[in-house]
Design a protein around this ligand. Structure first.
Ligand SMILES: [Zn+2]
Length: 446
């Protein structure tokens, strides 16, 4: 009995550690000397400065030299730029290097492949991702525990969808489904959950929260890549959407909804959804509504290559041809109405595109100045992350270089506010990558 009790306590403790984001590996101190700081908010660099990191936090920033105590690691910046680690607000860590079929296959393989990609993601300077769909809880725990290196992950867990909705990757031969009956393989692995009533939505939402979801992701309308969801359809009813919103808000967090059309966006907002993913077919009226209500738009400047990846003549390609022109239009609406706009990539099933993560951010220069784009991918994205309230797995300030903020930092060889294309080649231009106070890369000349 005593043994059983002890075992139960041990299990309880390890899940408590996971919920707090795990132990920090960083106990030492690092001093960046002679760096020009882009703080994640302002459009210009600071005067030459000194930045002291202690543990996982930025302890002090000063224009005057800071004396280094014994044992402090000194990094001579040589006048280079120190900036916050990048944040991708729409990422699928489990679905980058696998094929769709593999993603429902061997769970061990999928996790190992995702771990390798997570390390590369961090090495591209992305110190945080908001994961909007995929069975990512194990990978997150392994990263937080220091078993593999990777970015901080804000997990949503499984995408919640209706029968036939975006994210329902079943085939016609899988029908019909009996409510309460056997789960499909995509549900067993935790990739997507089908829910067709407010009660089912509540169950699936609470299951993600139980596993540690920092926000809930559901699909309110059709999508490009899924086989049976026309782009024009609205999927969940308002009552179903509200069931997810209530469950999430009772848990202190929020719902993000995949939606392209005005109808799907407006219904989501009416149900209490706080963040619209994509939104690329929105109209003026919907843009104004989002601005008035302070709803977040999580947008992606999807590269042309992604569209061309869908075979000519396929249903997916036809849907992509409809959505892509909406990218430019939606960025223009977002600027016109000053919608709170987050930036992400939504790379799926392509290691090659993932390598373009920084280049996709740099492509925002079609609509924004380099400073505006970099502010979006740092402090603005961090504001969206903070919507997860008490479910925030990494309490503390992200996306900024300021005293007291978490020490996620990049030392850039050059000034990205002058030349944003520097971030497209992180292997060459990011000389130091620090996450949570720990240096993961240092190629400064010795
Ligand atoms: Zn996505």
């Amino acid at each position: 009995m005593a043994t059983l009790l002890l075992t139960l306590m041990a299990v309880g403790q390890s899940s408590a550690v996971r919920a707090q984001g795990g132990p920090s590996a960083s106990t030492g101190s690092t001093l960046f000397q002679n760096v020009r700081v882009f703080d994640g908010k302002s459009g210009s660099l600071s005067a030459p400065s000194y930045v002291l990191v202690k543990g996982n936090t930025i302890e002090r920033i000063s224009a005057a030299p800071i004396a280094a105590d014994p044992g402090v690691t000194i990094l001579a910046g040589g006048g280079r730029t120190l900036m916050p680690g990048l944040i991708d607000a729409h990422w699928h860590a489990m679905l980058i290097r696998v094929t769709p079929a593999q993603s429902f296959g061997d769970v061990g393989y999928v996790n190992l492949v995702a771990a390798a990609e997570a390390t590369d993601t961090l090495m591209r300077g992305f110190t945080t991702v908001r994961d909007v769909g995929g069975p990512v809880f194990g990978l997150k725990a392994a990263i937080d525990e220091g078993i593999v290196s990777g970015p901080r992950i804000y997990p949503s867990g499984a995408v919640i969808t209706v029968t036939s909705g975006h994210g329902d990757f079943r085939q016609l031969s899988d029908l019909p489904r009996t409510i309460g009956g056997m789960l499909h393989r995509m549900e067993v692995v935790g990739g997507a959950m089908v829910a067709d009533s407010p009660d089912e939505v509540r169950v699936r939402t609470r299951e993600q929260l139980m596993q540690g979801a920092s926000q809930i992701k559901l699909t309110a309308g059709g999508g490009v890549s899924s086989p049976f969801s026309p782009i024009d359809v609205s999927t969940f009813t308002e009552a179903e959407l509200r069931a997810a919103v209530e469950a999430a808000e009772n848990w202190g967090t929020y719902v993000a909804a995949h939606a392209f059309t005005p109808a799907a966006i407006q219904r989501s907002i009416a149900a209490g959804v706080k963040c619209i993913e994509h939104g690329m077919l929105m109209d003026e009226e919907t843009a104004k509504l989002m601005a008035d209500k302070g709803i977040w738009l999580s947008m992606q400047p999807l590269p042309e290559d992604l569209k061309l990846g869908f075979p000519v003549g396929s249903v997916q390609r036809a849907k992509a041809e409809e959505v892509w022109p909406g990218i430019a239009k939606t960025y223009e609406l977002a600027k016109k109405y000053k919608i709170k706009t987050a930036w992400g990539t939504d790379v799926l099933f392509s290691a090659a595109l993932a390598r373009q993560q920084g280049a996709i951010l740099a492509s925002l220069s079609r609509w924004y100045t380099p400073a505006e784009a970099l502010v979006m991918a740092t402090s603005t994205n961090a504001e969206l992350l903070a919507l997860s309230g008490k479910r925030n797995p990494y309490p503390g300030k992200l996306g900024v270089v300021e005293q007291g903020a978490l020490a996620d930092l990049l030392l850039v060889d050059g000034n990205p506010l002058d030349n944003i294309s520097l971030i497209a080649d992180p292997g060459k231009n990011f000389l130091v990558i620090m996450k949570d106070g720990r240096v993961y890369k240092n190629t400064l000349p010795k």
